[in-house]
Design a protein around this ligand. Structure first.
Ligand code: NAD
Length: 477
């Protein structure tokens, strides 16, 4: 089997490989991927540092052309790359292709941003002096990504980093090196000068750690768990480096008595279970007012009954497998914890067998839960959700906000008054009305508050805040 190597200083290097396993069928090896050492990471950082002066001064047309070419190839290969994504991560083929298209759109968007770079010229408060405000690249950017969006998250970090003139050391999650390797290969062939993007696949404790410890990385953008995020933060403070963290969620989805029942059920099922519940924006707390509670739970049960859990690549599959054995253990542990805490497992929660050996779990819905239970406070990151019954809108909002996290927050209601109040008062970076808590546009800011995020927003024009540093220049006329 061909070994997919790391890209360092424009060369494909590395020998020691590891198998990338399909969670829908553990007999299926997606490919062999090299594992970088700490020395490889150091070489990648040195290459990015050496490439920075030229790339930071490169013409905007060159950057535009490379990012546009990358977008075009991703779009042209969306079915093949979407299939690779589904095979290595386990989300359904439709979800895999959808995520791939999104990655293409992100590269397209930032290709355009290269041509829209602008500053400000304003008069000084002092006579005969002009003031120019410009944005400059930050330097070497370290990119560390999780396994649950194998192509979109790398795209929404790499594209702006390059567009604004930074060089990159990119470490993807160990479980899903395939899509990351494909992006690096496309950018390399699109003509990116050597050292501008370096790919170092491997373990977080080795490759990621070497990145955290390097004084030559000026900024780190990280998406992943809260625990690792804190390490990134501490190491970055130590090195006086810019950092941005996108971490966990415990996103609420509120259903009010006046909700359209079918809209509420569709949005709740999507939020809780699509992509196997493995989205940072997934909802695992469904907060339902008492007038609609019983009808809503019954309708959820019926809808869940129709969900097909099977091989991610099979036509007709709605929910693919859990990503690996350790995540599956975490999910089933939380199902056991929910039962011990006194919540009622109303639907699902069983391990299931399919034609191929994979990590299949029937989506689980608890009822009779309350917001202090561990299943309502801790991120499970699987297809497990809990319904919390509340009296009215005011209690629903209070419960929704009673969490250490603040990424996304949703509500199903036909009341303009409640929708408006919720948009203003939900303590989250993103608010959804009559829509799932997950599923966002690629051209607008993405991110959260409280324990979910740290630093400036990702995506859209707001990405410039992280990937550039502002300079104010004064000139005597
Ligand atoms: P993780 O924290 O285990 O790993 C994330 C990345 O950090 C991986 O590449 C990993 O190798 C690396 N890493 C691990 N130890 C490291 C170390 N010591 N130094 C440097 N890097 C290290 O997270 P995961 O399990 O891959 O992803 C799941 C988590 O990601 C969930 O908590 C989820 O909510 C979160 N997530 C958040 C968002 C968001 O935008 N808020 C999006 C997707 C996923």
């Amino acid at each position: 089997m061909t070994l997919h190597q790391n890209l360092i200083a424009g060369e494909w290097v590395g020998g020691d490989g590891i198998a990338n396993i399909n969670p829908s069928n553990t007999n299926d090896v997606v490919g062999e991927y090299a594992r970088a050492t700490a020395d490889d990471a150091k070489a990648a950082i040195a290459a990015a540092k050496a490439a920075f002066p030229a790339w930071s001064r490169s013409g905007i047309l060159e950057r535009h052309a490379i990012l546009k070419k990358t977008a075009d190839e991703i779009m042209a290969r969306k079915d093949e790359l979407g299939r690779l994504l589904s095979r290595e991560e386990g989300k359904t083929l439709a979800e895999g292709i959808g995520e791939t298209v999104r990655a293409g759109q992100i590269f397209e968007f930032f290709a355009g941003e290269c041509l829209r770079l602008a500053g400000e010229v304003i008069p000084s408060v002092r006579p005969n002096i002009g003031v120019e405000i410009t944005r400059e690249p930050v330097g070497v950017v370290g990119i560390i990504t999780p396994w649950n969006f194998p192509i979109a998250i790398p795209a929404w970090k790499i594209a702006p980093a390059l567009a604004y003139g930074n060089t990159v050391v990119f470490k993807p999650a160990e479980l899903v090196p395939g899509c990351s390797w494909a992006i690096a290969d496309i950018l390399h062939r699109a003509g990116l000068p050597k050292g501008v993007l370096n790919l170092v696949m491997g373990k977080g404790s080795v490759v990621g750690q070497a990145m955290l410890e390097s004084p030559d990385i000026q900024a780190i953008t990280f998406t992943g768990s809260v625990g690792t995020g804190k390490r990134v933060a501490m190491a970055s403070v130590e090195h006086n480096r810019k950092f941005q963290l996108e971490m966990g969620g415990k996103n609420p989805f509120v259903v009010l008595d006046d909700a359209d029942l079918s809209v509420a059920v569709e949005a709740a099922v999507n939020s809780a279970f699509f992509s196997t519940g493995q989205r940072c924006t997934a909802s695992s707390r469904i907060i339902v007012t008492e007038g609609i509670h019983d009808k809503f739970v019954a309708a959820m049960g019926e809808r869940m009954h129709g969900l097909v859990v099977d091989d991610a690549l099979k036509p007709g599959t709605h929910i693919g497998p859990v990503v690996d054995q350790s995540q599956l253990n975490q999910d089933t542990d939380y199902i056991a914890i929910g039962k011990q805490e006194g919540a009622k497992l109303a639907f699902g929660g069983d391990l299931i067998k399919r034609d191929s050996p994979g990590f299949y779990l029937q989506p689980a819905l608890f009822t009779d839960a309350h917001n202090q239970m561990r299943i309502a406070r801790e991120e499970i990151f699987g297809p497990v959700a809990a319904v919390i019954r509340v009296k009215d809108y005011e209690e629903a909002l209070a419960v929704a906000n009673d969490t250490p996290f603040g990424l996304s927050s949703g509500i199903a209601t036909t009341s303009l008054k409640h929708a408006t109040h919720f948009k203003r008062n939900a303590e989250a970076g993103m608010v959804m009305v009559n829509l799932p808590t997950a599923g966002v546009d690629f051209h607008v800011p993405f991110g959260g508050r409280k324990g979910s995020s740290y630093g400036s927003r990702e995506q859209g024009k707001y990405a410039a805040e992280f990937y550039t540093t502002v300079k104010t220049a004064y000139t005597l006329a």
